[in-house]
Ligand binder design. Sequence first.
Ligand code: SAM
Length: 289
Amino acid sequence: MPTLGCPSGTKAVIEKYNLSIQKKFGQNFLIDDSVLSKTVEAAGVTKNDTVLEIGPGIGTMTQYIAESAGKVIAVEIDRMLIPILADTLSDYNNVKVINDDILKVDIEKIVQEENNGKPVKVVANLPYYITTPILMRLLESELPIESITVMVQKEVADRMAEKPGSKDYGALSLAIQYYTEPTLVQIVPPGCFIPQPGVDSAVIHLQCHKEPPVNTADSKFMFSIIRAAFAQRRKTLSNGVANGNLGLSRDQVVSALEKLSLNPSIRGEKLSLQEFADLSDLLYKELNK
Ligand code: SAM
């Protein structure tokens, strides 16, 4: 039975280990049983699943996942938490803790070794200071991942579903929509954590597409165009892409935009995913002719 999904269980661990909570690692521990249960339920975790958890902290979410999953692989950067995790997870024989940085560790190798390369489910209360780099890494590296169910800042969850034209539409919205089908699971107020974050949070479930919703010759190239287009938001798309070290001139980008009947001074935030796919295919041909 999970022991940490409540204020008293978490406070007892903090006192026992005289734990100093590391703000620099985005440590906000969950203390709400219903939020934890609902997150694992939304992830659809069963005993047939191997789950990759990012940032187990003191093991709160890990306990809930371990109850439902076949196996949990939990990657935690803070080495001070490793002996605590050995204690709080001692009742579970299906958890492996890895002390590493999720942005540096070879996730593909872990999935190969721990799950024979078969797709895993990612479940996490993410560290908010690196939410976007983590999600972009998980999605863009096209790892064997079935779904991603994560706690993020509410504002980031909102950004994921943005459509062209909105000020918050950007590379993250496009990556989420290209690779997954996002669903909002629940809004979570600051009182569900110790210490309390300064913002509302949200749990989102991202079901990874088997086939992407648009076709493109090279998705990695498309995302390098997208990143360049949004790198300097005040610049036009053609200037942004020309400055993106992709070997493309402004004229080449303008001519591709014209072929697509798009305004040559358009900004990235106006283009849909389909238009980015069409544009990147034209530019890809241009570079490879
Ligand atoms: N899962 C716990 C919970 O729900 O109570 C803790 C979540 S806390 C918001 C984020 C966790 O991610 C912390 O334990 C933090 O140390 C860890 N973390 C931060 N940066 C990390 C990184 N680059 N790689 C792996 N873990 C990281």
